[in-house]
Design a protein around this ligand. Structure first.
Ligand code: SF4
Ligand code: SF4
Ligand code: SF4
Length: 317
């Protein structure tokens, strides 16, 4: 076994920079942030070169859409950062903080109802970069999904956003057809003709928008795009399914401000070491939802950010 020379304190220091110890060695996995899971060809070349120059020549993809280069020696860490910095890449993504944002390919997917890459980039700038120095009780994972198919599992993140298209049904145009095209095609059975008119059960409809434009009599000509937000999901040592806020947001800025309010609430009212799902359980979903739908907590933003809280959070990876 090689003699290890990197102290525990230095290991901790570089971990905060996104360099995770390769067990039993003085080498590290350099965790590179992809912003929204999408990198350019030039950045890929840069990562490949960095892997050969500083690492063991391999590149590993993480479940949260970051890229890791294993085998980077401790003394090469700064040089590595400088090298990938030339392609606009950074390392990081650890600690009791906002974690790298993940997104599905909703921007180009046939089912996508929002620009998932663009939205994830905005969230990255505002809450990953913008909140990089903000300590939270535990890690905070955010996912952006383009539609209710949930490929990226937004409801298993501390906060997840799902693209929506709320069908605008014009009852007056509905003829109550014996074979209703909408009833036949709704993937979740939310649409049914009852007493000569189509009814959409709002509790079942997931706003996938697939019925829009499908009625031959133009009873559903368009739909309103929006954002559903889930809070309190997690998947790992413990599992919790996130719960959706009752409101579907149609304004992007309003949806983004809910993320900020959730972070402030978690920092202020979360106990060190607990995940957001536990904070929500302790405070009560209705209480948390009421705070996220009001702007009251934003008025305390400076005070909450300045407070000396969670100096040692619960995140261990
Ligand atoms: S969640 Fe929807 S938009 Fe995203 S990849 Fe899956 S099907 Fe496509
Ligand atoms: S929604 Fe359209 S297809 Fe369905 S019953 Fe009404 S008119 Fe007919
Ligand atoms: S939006 Fe989707 S779930 Fe809702 S009624 Fe239309 S097809 Fe069904």
């Amino acid at each position: 076994m090689a003699t290890l020379t990197v102290s525990a304190a230095d290991e901790k220091r570089v971990k905060a920079m996104g360099f995770l110890s390769n067990k039993g060695t003085d080498n590290f996995n350099a965790r590179i942030i992809t912003v929204n899971g999408k990198i350019t060809a030039e950045q890929q070349r840069c990562i490949a070169e960095a892997a050969e120059k500083f690492g063991n020549g391999e590149v590993a993809f993480t479940t949260r859409l970051t890229v890791e280069v294993p085998g980077v020696p401790y003394e090469k860490i700064e040089e590595f950062q400088e090298f990938i910095g030339k392609a606009g890449l950074t390392t990081g993504g650890t600690g009791s903080k906002v974690r790298p944002v993940v997104a599905c390919k909703g921007t180009t997917c046939q089912y996508g109802l929002l620009d998932s890459f663009g939205l994830a980039r905005e969230i990255h700038e505002r809450f990953y970069v913008g909140y990089r120095q903000v300590q939270l009780p535990h890690k905070f994972k955010i996912a952006v999904g383009g539609c209710p198919n949930n490929c990226v599992k937004p409801d298993l993140n501390d906060l997840g956003i799902i693209g929506q298209r709320i069908p605008n049904f014009d009852e007056d145009s509905c003829n109550g057809c014996k074979k209703c095209a909408i009833e036949k095609n709704c993937p979740v059975g939310a649409a049914k003709v009852v007493d000569g008119v189509l009814e959409i059960d709002k509790d079942v409809c997931n706003n996938c928008g697939r019925c829009v434009g499908k009625c031959p009599f133009d009873a559903i000509e368009d739909g309103t795009y929006g954002y559903k937000i889930y809070i309190g999901g997690r998947w790992g040592k413990k599992v919790a399914q996130g719960r959706a806020l009752s409101k579907v947001f149609t304004d992007k800025e309003e949806a983004l401000s809910v993320i900020e309010k959730a972070l402030l609430l978690f920092r202020e009212q979360g106990k060190t070491g607990e995940r957001f799902s536990q904070t929500i359980d302790r405070l009560g979903f209705e209480n948390v939802e009421a705070q996220l739908l009001s702007d009251e907590i934003l008025g305390r933003k400076d005070e909450i950010l300045a407070a000396n809280l969670h100096t040692k959070g619960g995140a261990t990876c």
